[in-house]
Design a protein around this ligand. Structure first.
Ligand SMILES: Cc1cc2nc3c(=O)[nH]c(=O)nc-3n(C[C@H](O)[C@H](O)[C@H](O)COP(=O)(O)OP(=O)(O)OC[C@H]3O[C@@H](n4cnc5c(N)ncnc54)[C@H](O)[C@@H]3O)c2cc1C
Length: 689
C-alpha cells in the first residue's frame, strides 16, 4: 500500500458492502441499480463538479430498453424513477447522415433503424445531460455521490492473510474483503492542471506534499472500479491494458458556427484535402465536430499534447481540412486534441472482489458511439449478480460470469469501432475509393438489416455458462432462440373476460413493460394455442386441466421460491445474515415474476381462462400475444398444436434457461435450474460484514 504523509491525515474505518469508485455514467448507473436492489454502498468521485463536456452523443436501442424496464417499477417502496421519459424528453432521435464532398451532397445514409426493438432509432443526447439525468434519478432514490474523494490505493485482503495496515490492526483477520484508501483535499480541488490527456496513470502522489487531505481506509465486500480509461484501480492492481494508441490526431470541437453547408444536420464531410470531419447538431445552435487532422509524427506525442490549441489555430486547420466547405467558429465550449486508444483490460476482476467496469475495462474510438452504452451494460450485467451474492442467495462464483460475458462483448465492440473508425479516416488512394463506395452503398444496405446495425447492441449474446444453461433432456432450439440471447419484445394485451369481445377495449402493452427490475427473474410461460377454444372445441376437459394445472404450478413455484430465496424472507433467524434481505424491503420486494402468454384466441372460453386472468401482475397473469402470435415466433415457439414452453429470463433480460412444455415436469426442470444457480438458505454463504 501507498505510504502516506500522515501529518495531515484523519483516519476512519467505515465499512460498506460495495464501494463504487468514479461517478461517470457507469458508476452512477451501478449505484442506481444497487440502490434499487436494496444494496447499501458508497459512490466516490474525485471531481468536485459534474463534467460539462459533451463527449458521448448516442444512446442506443438496447440501453433505451434497459432504461424503459427500470422505469416500469411496480414497487411502492421506493420513489418512482422515470429514466426513459427523461431521456426521451432531453434528446432527439438520431437522424440521417449527410455525406458531403466539399459543398456537394454525395449520399444520404438513412438513420440507423431496427425493426426489433420498440426503440427503433438511437437517441442523440450529450453525455453531460446523460450524467445529469442519471444523477437526478439516483439521488431521487436516496443515493449520494461523495464528491472530492479520490481513490489512492486498493487491495483484496484474503482470508487468513489479514495484516496490520496504516498502524491500525485488522479486526477482520480470517475474512476476505477489499481495503481501499481514499482521500479528500481539505482546501482546493483534486485535479492537477498538468494532468495528461494521453491514457496513463493519474499521478496521485505528485502533489501529496503540497496539500492537506482527509484520509479514510474503507473496507468493503466488493469494489466496482468505474474510474475511467486512466483507472487508478487498474494501475494499482497491475492489470495490463494491452492494445494500441492510434497515430492519428483528432480535434474535438463543441460550439457555435456559421457555415456554407447545413450544420443543422448530421454531416460526414470530406474536404478537397481528403480529410474527414463528422459534425452533429447539438442544442443551442451548437455543433460537435470531430476532425481528423492527420498522422502524428513518430515520437511527437508529447509536443502535440502540450501544444495549446487556440481558436485561431483550429480555424486555420479546419479551413484547410474541409475546404471548399467553410465553417466559421463563433464560440467554443470544448476544444481539444484527442488520441484514440483501442485497449482491453487483461482481466476484469481481482480475486473475485474488485471489478473493472466501463472505460476502466475497455476503451476504443468514438465511432459507433459504444463506450458509454457499454459501460452502462457492464453495470447492468454485474450488479444483479453482486446483489444476489450479498443477499446470500447465490455463490460468489456467479460473479465470474461477468468477465466471461462482458470481456467477449467488449472485444467485439472494440473491433467494430476500430473498423468504423478506420473506414472514416481512411487515407490511401484505394481506401478513399472504398470509403466513397461504402458511403454510396450504405443507404441501400443498412435498411435491409432487420436487427439494425450491430451498434444498436440488440444482438449481444452470451455463451452457455453457469447461468445460461441448456435443458439437459431436450434438444436445443434454433440458434437465435437459445439461451444467452436478449429477451425480445412484442405487443401484448391484458385479457379480461369483459374486454375480450372488443379488441378496442383491450389494454395494450409490450412484453418489456412486464420485465420490471432490476434483480427480478421473469418467467415467461408460452401456452401456444392450448387455451384456445376454436382449436379444441371438443377438448374442453383437457383445456381446463391445462389452465388449472398451470395455475397450481405457478402458485406452488412462487411459494417455494419465495420461501427459499426472496429477499423479504427472514428464515435463518440470524439478524446479521438477513441484513440485506431486510434492507431490500425498502427496494424491490419480489425476486421472481411469472407471466403467461397465450396465442390469439378467437372464441374465448371465459370459464377456463378466469383462473389465469384473475391472477395479479407477476403472479401468472394471462396476456394475449395479440400481434398474430409474433412473440411466440420471436421466442421460437410453435403457435398451433405445440406444447408451449417456459422461458426463464435473467434479471438483465437475457434467456437463462428454457424448457419445452408447461406441464409438471417442465416446472420441475425450471425448479432444478434455479436450485443449480442459487443457494438455498441452509447453504447460505456467510455474509462478511
Ligand atoms: C469525443 C468522444 C465521443 C464519444 N461518443 C460516444 C458515444 O456517442 N456513445 C458512447 O456510448 N460513448 C461515447 N464516448 C465514450 C464515453 O464518453 C465513455 O465511454 C464514457 O464516458 C465512459 O464512462 P465511465 O463512467 O466508464 O468513465 P468516465 O466517464 O471516464 O468516468 C470515470 C470517473 O471516475 C473518476 N475517477 C477517476 N479516477 C478516480 C479516482 N482515483 N478516485 C475517484 N474517482 C476517480 C473520474 O473523475 C470520472 O468522473 C465518447 C467519448 C469521447 C471522448
Amino acid at each position: 500500500m501507498l505510504s502516506l504523509n500522515t501529518s495531515s491525515s484523519t483516519f476512519t474505518q467505515p465499512s460498506t458492502p460495495v464501494l463504487i469508485v468514479g461517478a461517470g455514467p457507469t458508476g452512477i448507473f451501478a449505484g442506481l441499480l444497487l440502490t434499487k436492489m436494496g444494496i447499501p454502498h458508497r459512490l466516490i468521485e474525485r471531481q468536485h463538479e459534474v463534467s460539462k463536456l459533451s463527449k458521448s452523443l448516442v444512446i442506443h436501442a438496447r440501453t433505451l430498453e434497459i432504461f424503459h424496464m427500470l422505469s416500469h417499477d411496480h414497487s411502492h417502496n421506493l420513489p418512482k424513477i422515470d429514466l426513459i421519459n427523461k431521456f426521451m424528453n432531453s434528446g432527439t432521435f438520431l437522424a440521417d447522415f449527410h455525406c458531403y464532398l466539399g459543398t456537394k451532397l454525395f449520399s444520404t445514409i438513412p438513420m440507423l433503424r431496427n425493426s426489433e426493438s420498440h426503440f427503433t432509432e438511437a437517441l442523440l443526447i450529450e453525455q453531460s445531460k446523460t450524467v445529469t439525468i442519471l444523477t437526478e434519478e439516483y439521488e431521487k432514490l436516496g443515493g449520494q455521490i461523495e464528491r472530492g474523494w479520490e481513490l489512492m490505493d486498493t487491495r483484496v485482503i484474503e482470508e487468513g492473510k489479514g495484516e496490520e495496515s496504516f498502524g491500525v490492526s485488522n479486526p477482520q483477520k480470517g475474512k476476505t474483503f477489499v481495503e481501499t484508501t481514499i482521500r479528500r483535499v481539505k482546501a482546493g480541488v483534486n485535479i492537477r492542471s498538468n494532468e495528461s490527456k494521453v491514457l496513463g496513470a493519474i499521478e496521485l502522489e505528485a502533489d501529496l506534499k503540497d496539500k492537506e487531505y482527509d484520509y479514510e481506509v474503507v473496507r468493503s465486500e466488493y469494489l466496482i472500479a468505474s474510474d475511467g480509461g486512466k483507472s487508478t484501480v487498474r494501475h494499482k492492481l497491475n492489470i495490463a491494458f494491452p492494445g494500441r494508441t492510434l497515430g492519428k490526431n483528432i480535434i474535438i470541437y463543441d460550439g457555435q458556427v456559421t457555415a456554407n453547408i447545413p450544420v443543422d444536420k448530421i454531416l460526414i464531410l470530406i474536404g478537397d484535402s481528403g480529410r474527414t470531419a463528422i459534425s452533429f447538431p447539438l442544442g443551442d445552435n451548437r455543433i460537435r465536430l470531430m476532425l481528423d487532422c492527420g498522422d502524428i509524427a513518430p515520437g511527437n506525442d508529447k509536443i502535440q499534447e502540450a501544444e495549446e490549441l487556440t481558436i485561431p489555430k483550429f480555424q486555420k486547420i479546419l479551413d484547410e481540412a474541409i475546404s471548399p466547405a467553410k465553417m466559421q467558429i463563433l464560440d467554443c465550449k470544448w476544444l481539444t486534441y484527442y488520441r484514440v486508444n483501442e485497449r482491453l483490460a487483461d482481466r476484469y476482476s481481482d480475486k473475485g472482489r474488485i471489478f473493472l467496469c466501463g472505460d476502466a475495462a475497455h476503451v476504443h474510438s468514438p465511432a459507433g458511439g459504444q463506450g458509454l452504452n457499454m459501460g452502462l451494460q457492464d453495470a447492468f450485467n454485474l450488479t444483479w449478480k453482486m446483489s444476489l451474492v450479498l443477499k446470500g442467495s447465490a455463490p460468489g462464483s456467479i460473479l465470474d460470469t461477468y468477465e466471461a460475458e462482458h470481456s467477449e462483448v467488449a472485444r467485439n465492440i472494440v473491433k467494430l469501432s476500430a473498423g468504423l473508425f478506420g473506414g472514416v479516416i481512411a487515407e490511401g488512394f484505394w481506401q478513399k475509393l472504398l470509403k466513397r463506395f461504402a458511403l454510396l452503398t450504405a443507404p441501400y444496405i443498412l435498411p435491409r438489416i432487420p436487427q439494425g446495425p450491430p451498434m444498436c447492441m440488440l444482438r449481444i449474446r452470451y455463451r452457455e455458462n453457469n447461468i445460461n444453461r441448456r435443458c439437459p433432456t431436450q434438444s436445443a432450439p434454433a440458434e437465435e432462440f437459445q439461451v444467452g440471447v436478449r429477451a425480445r419484445d412484442g405487443a401484448l394485451s391484458i385479457i379480461c373476460t369483459e374486454n375480450l369481445r372488443d379488441v378496442n377495449e383491450q389494454q395494450h402493452l409490450r412484453l418489456h413493460d412486464l420485465l420490471i427490475g432490476p434483480g427480478i427473474f421473469h418467467i415467461l410461460v408460452f401456452t401456444s394455442d392450448m387455451l384456445a377454444k376454436d382449436i379444441a372445441t371438443d377438448l374442453k376437459d383437457i383445456r381446463t386441466t391445462v389452465a388449472y394445472n398451470l395455475s397450481k404450478n405457478i402458485e406452488t413455484s412462487l411459494a417455494t421460491w419465495g420461501v427459499n430465496w426472496e429477499q423479504t424472507q427472514n428464515n435463518t433467524g440470524d439478524d446479521a445474515k438477513n441484513k440485506y434481505r431486510r434492507n431490500s424491503n425498502t427496494g424491490q420486494s419480489k425476486m421472481f415474476m411469472i407471466h403467461v402468454i397465450t396465442a390469439p384466441i378467437s372464441q374465448p372460453d371465459f370459464e377456463t381462462l378466469s383462473v389465469l386472468t384473475n391472477k395479479s401482475f407477476g403472479a401468472g397473469k394471462l396476456y394475449l400475444d395479440e400481434d398474430a402470435a409474433l412473440l411466440h415466433r420471436r421466442y421460437g415457439i410453435p403457435t398451433r398444436g405445440g406444447p408451449g414452453s417456459i422461458v426463464l429470463l435473467r434479471p438483465d433480460s437475457y434467456i437463462a434457461y428454457r424448457v419445452q412444455g408447461v406441464s409438471d415436469s417442465a416446472w420441475m426442470d425450471v425448479d432444478k435450474y434455479l436450485n443449480s444457480i442459487l443457494i438455498l438458505p441452509s447453504k447460505n454463504v456467510e455474509l462478511r460484514l
